[in-house]
Design a protein around this ligand. Structure first.
Ligand SMILES: [Fe+2]
Length: 432
């Protein structure tokens, strides 16, 4: 019924075809490695790493410093005391000469060949787009104090020898926060560490850390929460880190609830009086919220858990965390987006029509998506254009009885990809 530019079709096909990139490096599938929740070190030849990790910009520290234009952080300290801060306006090479550890925070933009590998890793883990690439260059003598990270990560040693000291976290599972006893506690720290925490880095060191000596070609998987320090390196070193920033179950449910309850004016209302001094205004507002919570609890029982995943992808495409619209996802309802438009042109010799969708931000030339549509599709696009409220696939089926439902769903996926429409990825909230 319709096709899109070759470029996009080719990209999505490539993404699907990438094999599990972990299997060859660690000898187990990515899913198994990440499920182990144990630090797993593998040593081998540097050449087994993907070329983008060890050639071009990653050939040596100087080339990386010269070619990288993204954000930087620096850190330094002993095993039990130190800081890591953003820096701007300073060149990475100068920061290394100052004897610091330099953190190249957004490496994937500088290494475009990494994209397919990262998307392959996400695919192998059954995740949406969430993996990021960064690099650490250690000046001799520098390193990070003991801490743990928020996300599971893969670490690849590229240059130099690095002593990596680590220990499992006996305080909690799945922290979902980064934490170091020598830094301020982050906002989500209290609920995670409610059963106990180390007061100082010395407490952690006293329990003993295991040391892995990493050489070019060494790699490890480190689950979130693993205590580690790289303070006091003997020599200059360069490492790549792949952080897999998978959303927590709680994050995807909060997003689901935002899309679901956000349909209700009662939930969108402001809680005036809620913080008032004790009295009728406060009581009334808090009782109202309690009643809404009880109502929501009943409704949530019937919410399909699967909708949380579609809602996450739809939200990510809207906000830009997902680079591509999830073409395979099917939603029951969509809404036409204002400030989007359609322009038709004859498509050469064929009977197809070129449908140019302009959409997105209006403070710059709008994005253009070119679709080739067959004659029977144009009335459906025109029908979508005249809508002024959310419509369902059922509405479209009723309006175009001759169209297959599957074809309409495919069309709506393309129109969502072009941002002419946007899914409402959750069940309809009944009532106002
Ligand atoms: Fe770390």
């Amino acid at each position: 019924m319709l096709s899109e530019s070759d470029r996009m079709g080719h990209q999505s096909a490539m993404t699907r075809e990438v094999a599990d990139p972990i299997q060859d490096l660690f000898g187990v599938p990515a899913m198994e490695l990440f499920a182990s929740k144990e630090l797993v070190v593998q040593h081998g030849a540097l050449e087994r790493f993907p070329a983008f990790m060890r050639t071009g910009l990653m050939d040596n520290v100087e080339r990386l410093c010269r070619g990288y234009a993204g954000a930087l952080q620096v850190s330094n300290g002993t095993a039990t005391d130190g800081v890591q801060i953003d820096v701007a306006g300073a060149h990475a090479s100068a920061l290394l000469r100052l004897g610091l550890t330099v953190y190249f925070t957004q490496l994937e933009g500088a290494l475009p060949e990494s994209t397919a590998w990262l998307r392959g890793l996400e695919g192998a883990l059954g995740l949406p787009q969430c993996a990021g690439l960064s690099a650490f260059a250690n000046a001799a003598g520098s390193g990070l104090s003991v801490h743990h990270d928020r996300f599971d990560q893969l670490f690849f040693q590229i240059k130099g020898e690095k002593k990596f000291h680590y220990a499992p976290n006996r305080f909690l599972e799945n922290p979902d926060v980064q934490f170091s006893p020598c830094s301020a506690a982050p906002p989500d720290w209290a609920q995670a560490y409610r059963h106990g925490f180390p007061l100082t880095g010395d407490e952690l060191l006293a329990e003993g850390l295991t040391t892995a000596v990493l050489k070019p070609g060494s790699a490890f998987f480190m689950p979130a929460g693993t205590w580690h320090t790289t303070a006091g390196q003997n020599e200059e070193a360069l490492s790549i880190v792949v952080a897999v920033r998978a959303p927590s179950r709680l994050a995807i449910v909060l997003n689901l609830l935002r899309h679901y309850a956000g349909q209700s004016p009662e939930w969108r209302a402001r809680s005036y009086g809620g913080w008032a001094a004790p009295g009728p205004a406060m009581t009334q507002e808090r009782q109202k919220l309690g009643a809404l919570l009880a109502d929501l609890a009943e409704r949530v029982r019937a919410l399909p858990a699967g909708d949380a995943y579609g809602a996450w992808l739809s939200e990510g495409f809207t906000t830009g965390t997902q680079g591509h619209y999830p073409m395979a996802a099917r939603f029951d309802r969509y809404i036409r987006l204002p400030n989007s438009s359609v322009h038709y042109q004859p498509a050469g010799a064929s009977d197809l029509t070129t449908c140019i969708v302009r959409s997105g931000r209006t403070d710059r030339p709008q994005a253009e998506t070119v679709l080739a549509i067959s004659p029977e599709v144009r009335p459906v696009v025109d029908w979508v254009l005249q809508t002024r409220a959310a419509f369902s696939v059922n509405d479209a089926c009723r309006a175009f009885e001759d169209c297959d439902r599957e074809d309409l769903e495919t069309l709506f996926a393309w129109l969502s990809h072009a941002a002419l429409i946007r899914p409402l990825p959750v069940p309809e909230w009944d009532g106002r």
